[in-house]
Design a protein. Structure first.
Length: 94
């Protein structure tokens, strides 16, 4: 497997696991900071653009919608991210 394919695989794998962590968090079983999940997913999206790995998504909302998540799921997640930003003590280091 070429280096480019390895990088694509790693990005896809990380995106998958991050979306599953978001699902776990929103269902009440996760323990990750929403801000951490958002930042990590943004890193994956930026990395995809840097290596020209299509399709390109401009933001997390577009990405999650393309993954089949509904409007309420996306809205809930983004509200939780905003809440974490306002309550920085919940997410040390952010």
């Amino acid at each position: 497997m070429s280096e480019y394919n390895n990088v694509k695989y790693v990005i896809s794998h990380l995106e998958y696991h991050l979306t599953k962590e978001i699902e776990r968090n929103l269902s009440g079983f996760g323990d990750k900071c929403y801000k951490y999940l958002e930042e990590s997913l943004n890193c994956c999206l930026r990395a995809s653009r840097e290596i020209s790995y299509k399709p390109f998504y401009n933001n997390i909302k577009e990405y999650l919608y393309a993954c089949g998540y509904d409007h309420n799921f996306i809205k809930d997640f983004l509200e939780k991210v905003e809440h974490d930003e306002e309550n920085a003590e919940k997410c040390p280091g952010w």
